[in-house]
Design a binder for this molecule. Sequence first.
Ligand code: PEP
Length: 244
Amino acid sequence: MARKPIVGGNWKCNLDKAGVSALVTSLNGMDCTDCEVVVAPVAVHLGSVVDNVKAPIEVSGQNCNFKGNGAYTGEVSADQLVDMGAKWVILGHSERREYFKEDNEMLRQKLEYALSKGLKVIFCIGEKLEERNANKTLDVCKSQLEPVKDLLKPETVVIAYEPVWAIGTGVTATPEQAQETHKQIRDYLATVNADMASKIRIQYGGSANAANAPTLSACPDIDGFLVGGASLKPEFADIIKAIA
Ligand code: PEP
């Protein structure tokens, strides 16, 4: 089953107005015909990115509220992301799980609400180093997917497998480690729905860069990347070229 690769750039809490403008200019020169490209600026810059980035690149929030507008100080709702022109939102990033204590129950509510508003979702999962060392990688990934399994649709959800020990560390999962886990995730998803499992895209995230993208993207169950650090650099275009 051919799955169109998808690369996301997670800009995290980085860049000022001038930096965003320079990055958007460089993105607009990229060829992204064979690969879907989504960029996720911080919420305050989302409007300017939507206004200035050229199709087919789409824009994503990095998080959203578990409900709509209202008395939720500091939050951004899915309704507001849609109104600003975002097509996507990233949910469940390990930094949200770790620093903002987002648990599986909260993430289910966020996913359900975001999908109900028409956003597509990059849903992040992945194990910590001690969990990998204890051979719990698949258990952790399953425990993060199980509560949302009925919401996983290939048209609207992309799964990002991001081993926490590889995020922002410069340590990348080897192609063998990444492929093994992607395959195990897909096999688990096949127990939920075989058709969904064969069509849903699973990105790899964790210190992806121009050097490791070609071998990682050659793995049969890796359908693109969620990129943090390298998405702020010209290297992002090379990652896209590597898989297109
Ligand atoms: C991420 O934050 O999703 C990520 C993968 O970061 P990095 O590429 O910097 O490891």
